[in-house]
Design a protein around this ligand. Structure first.
Ligand code: NDP
Ligand code: MG
Length: 373
């Protein structure tokens, strides 16, 4: 029996993690849960799982036997005191960074769903993981796939990583005027059911950009390409120097990637995952970087290093928040990212506080910039 702490348990990945735990009660036991402001769902989760620790941005009542924390640093406090075998980091955005570092300090397994922390602070996170001996298993489906494909060869024989991208809801229909896309249209993803921010990121292809940087960081390479694959059946591929390409296939199902991160290196758990139907045709297409420039921008940020990936990620997070509140157009998201990259000089990432300062200054810059567009 492994003990599990879930950070961001009320989100899309958090809820699916609890589904996996519920399915295998003899394998996993929840010892801590944290949430943001969804107190109703969180209360239900606390009653069901009766964890030792609970943390929430909002005020919460906790059941007897649970120690509760609330407020801005609740997740960080829970992360610092809970002793678990596996820490699932499913908080969205840069807010995951401080609790993630606290989780890493325990030197155990991190099932890492959050991508913004590794994009913004890849070196800090990976240095901490090395220092404390923590094992990071990616949950993001593409990176879980790459992690698994890399097991088939020697790390030094990797030629390139090829991420797959569904293209999101607007890729294939070139008649759609992207400047008039609404938040309601943007959050409807054709193959995945995800949180609002990542759904918008998929629609702009910023998500693939973040994933290019995430892959570059996690697997220490600049050789990261991507291909459009609308069925989302092949989750990603690695090409080795001998010309072989290894791919990972399954129907789009985040619970399988979450389960893999919990059960690795074992793969015997199965509760009805549908076997693959080979009569389904798989298709691929070249990226259209004129309509969807974000992955190319992200690749430049990966090559540049320093704060460039953080500016890309944080500017996007702020812009997506504005788009969801209908303050800017869908196409303004890329404009804001480009402007932020243009006016912020790249520096070395030396500390977490530097990134929070960068966030505060980007909020000001973008606030002023939005009045001009
Ligand atoms: P959601 O928006 O659905 O959930 C985010 C979770 O984080 C919620 O529990 C939310 O709490 C909590 N949260 C948000 N802000 C804060 C904060 N400031 N402090 C503490 N808790 C906070 O996101 P997803 O589950 O979709 O994504 C989570 C992460 O995983 C993201 O980084 C995303 O990129 C990544 N990811 C997600 C995938 C998916 O399929 N959804 C796939 C691959 C990666 P509450 O809801 O209570 O306010
Ligand atoms: Mg992904």
């Amino acid at each position: 029996m492994k003990t599990v702490a879930v950070f961001g348990s009320t989100g899309s990945i958090g809820v699916q993690t609890l589904n996996v735990v519920r399915r295998f009660p003899h394998e996993y036991k929840i010892v801590a849960l944290t949430s943001g402001s969804n107190t109703e769902l969180f209360s239900e989760q606390l009653t069901e799982f009766a964890p030792q620790f609970a943390g929430s941005l909002a005020d919460i009542d906790v059941p007897d036997g649970t120690r509760g924390f609330c407020g801005f640093s609740a997740a960080e406090k829970v992360a610092s005191i809970v002793d678990a075998d596996i820490y699932v980091m499913a908080v969205s955005g840069l807010a995951a960074l401080t609790p993630l570092i606290e989780c890493i300090k325990h030197g155990k397994r991190i099932a890492l769903a959050n991508k913004e922390a590794i994009v913004c602070a890849g070196e800090l996170v990976l240095d901490a993981a090395r220092k404390y001996g923590a094992e990071i298993i990616p949950v993001d489906s593409e990176h879980s796939a790459v992690f698994q494909c890399l097991k088939t060869g020697m790390r030094g024989d990797l030629k390139r990583i090829v991420l797959t991208a569904s293209g999101g809801p607007f890729y294939s229909d070139k008649s759609i005027d992207l400047s008039s896309v609404t938040p309601e249209q943007a959050v409807k993803h054709p193959t995945w059911n995800m949180g609002a921010k990542i759904s918008v990121d998929s629609a702009t292809m910023v998500n693939k950009g973040l994933e290019i940087i995430e892959a570059g960081r996690l697997f220490s390479t600049y050789s990261v390409d991507y291909v459009i694959h609308p069925e989302s059946v092949i989750h990603s591929m690695v090409e080795f120097l001998d010309g072989s390409t290894v791919a990972l296939m399954s129907y789009p199902n985040m619970e399988l990637a979450i389960q893999y991160a919990l059960s690795y290196p074992y793969r015997y758990l199965n509760d009805g995952v549908k076997a693959f139907d080979f009569s389904v045709p798989l298709t691929f297409a070249e990226p259209d970087e004129k309509r969807f420039p974000a992955p190319a921008t992200a690749r430049r940020c990966l090559l540049e290093g320093g704060t460039a990936p953080a500016v890309f990620s944080i500017a996007d997070e702020i812009a997506v928040g504005m788009f969801l509140k209908k303050k800017i157009k869908f196409t303004d998201i890329n404009v804001i990212i480009d402007e932020a990259l243009c006016i912020n000089e790249t520096k070395r990432v030396a500390s977490i506080s530097q990134l929070y300062e960068l966030r505060a200054s980007l909020e000001k810059q973008i606030g002023a910039f939005v009045h001009r567009i």
